[in-house]
Design a protein. Structure first.
Length: 276
C-alpha cells in the first residue's frame, strides 16, 4: 500500500516517485468519429488586432491547397468566424453528437453562435462554463477527418487559452499583433504563457502594418513604425508575415464572403506550418 503523504511526514528524498508529485493530465479525448491530425492555436495578447482574420486567412489558404480544414471558434463571448463566412442558423445535432457547419469553400466551423437562438444574443457566462464549452467543442463535435484544425482563441491569457493549452493537443501557436507602442508587452505576455505551458511558438504575424495608397502605391504607416522584427528577435521567434490594411478584405468579412479571400501575406506562416 502506498505511503500517505503529508506536509509533516514527507521530505524531498522520501517523496521521490510519489504519485502525488505527478502532474495531472488535463487532456480531453477526441470523440471516436473524429480524426484531427494537426491542431494550431491562433492567439493575441489583446483584442482588436485581427486574430480571427488571420485564423480564417490561414484556413482559406490550407483549404485552397487541398487540405481538409476546420476552425474552432473558441472566442466564446466574441465569436466572429460564422459571420465572416456567411454561416447562419443552428448547427446540426443528433444522438451521436454535434456537427460543425461548413463554409462555401469546405471549411468546417464550430462556434457558440451556431448554438444560439439568435446570433446577436450575448453570451453571459462565467469562466468555468466558457472553458467547458471549449472542451466540448473538442470532445462532442463530430469533426470527421481533418488535416488541420485552427483554434481561434479569445484575446489575453485567461481561462479559455489556459483550457485550450491544457485540454487540446496544440502543436504550436501563431501570435497576432499590431504595430503599436504596447506591442512588445502584449506579444511577450502571449509568448511567455505559451512557454509556461510548453507550447511551441511558431511565430508572429503583424496585422495593420501599413496602408498602401491606391493612387501612388506609397506605404503609409498608420499606426507608426513597426518594431515586430526586433521583438521577435529578442524572443527568439520568427516574423511570419506583415499584413497591410485592405478594405476589400474587410468588406469580404462584413459581407460573409471571406471564403473568397486568398491572403498571400500569410504564405510564410503556411510554409512554417507545413514544415514543422
Amino acid at each position: 500500500m502506498a505511503k500517505e503523504c503529508s506536509s509533516t511526514s514527507c521530505s524531498k528524498e522520501s517523496c521521490e516517485g510519489c504519485p502525488s508529485k505527478e502532474k495531472p493530465d488535463f487532456h480531453v479525448d477526441l470523440n471516436q468519429y473524429s480524426d484531427v491530425k494537426h491542431v494550431i492555436g491562433v492567439v493575441s495578447g489583446k483584442g482588436g488586432v485581427g486574430k480571427s482574420f488571420v485564423t480564417a486567412s490561414l484556413a482559406n489558404q490550407m483549404a485552397r491547397m487541398g487540405y481538409k480544414v476546420g476552425i474552432m471558434d473558441a472566442d466564446i463571448t466574441g465569436p466572429s468566424i460564422p459571420k465572416m463566412y456567411g454561416i447562419h442558423g443552428s448547427a446540426k445535432v443528433d444522438e451521436v453528437g454535434l456537427y460543425p457547419s461548413e463554409s462555401a469553400n469546405g471549411i468546417k466551423v464550430m462556434s457558440v453562435n451556431l448554438l444560439l437562438q439568435k446570433e446577436e444574443d450575448p453570451v453571459i457566462w462565467r469562466g468555468p462554463v466558457v472553458a467547458n464549452m471549449v472542451k466540448q467543442f473538442w470532445s462532442d463535435v463530430i469533426w470527421g477527418e481533418l488535416d488541420y484544425l485552427f483554434v481561434d482563441m479569445p484575446p489575453g491569457t485567461g481561462d479559455v487559452p489556459l483550457t485550450v493549452f491544457q485540454s487540446l493537443p496544440i502543436e504550436g501557436i501563431v501570435i497576432v499583433s499590431s504595430p503599436q507602442d504596447l506591442v512588445r508587452m502584449i506579444v511577450t505576455k502571449a509568448y511567455k504563457m505559451a512557454q509556461m505551458m510548453n507550447i511551441p511558438v511558431l511565430g508572429v504575424v503583424e496585422n495593420y502594418s501599413y496602408l498602401k495608397c491606391p493612387d501612388c502605391g506609397k506605404e503609409m504607416r498608420i499606426f507608426g513604425e513597426s518594431h515586430i522584427d526586433e521583438i521577435a528577435q529578442d524572443l527568439g521567434t520568427k516574423v511570419l508575415g506583415k499584413m497591410p490594411i485592405r478594405t476589400d478584405y474587410a468588406e469580404a468579412a462584413d459581407s460573409g464572403t471571406f471564403d473568397q479571400v486568398l491572403n498571400e501575406y500569410v504564405d510564410e506562416a503556411l510554409t512554417v506550418l507545413l514544415n514543422k
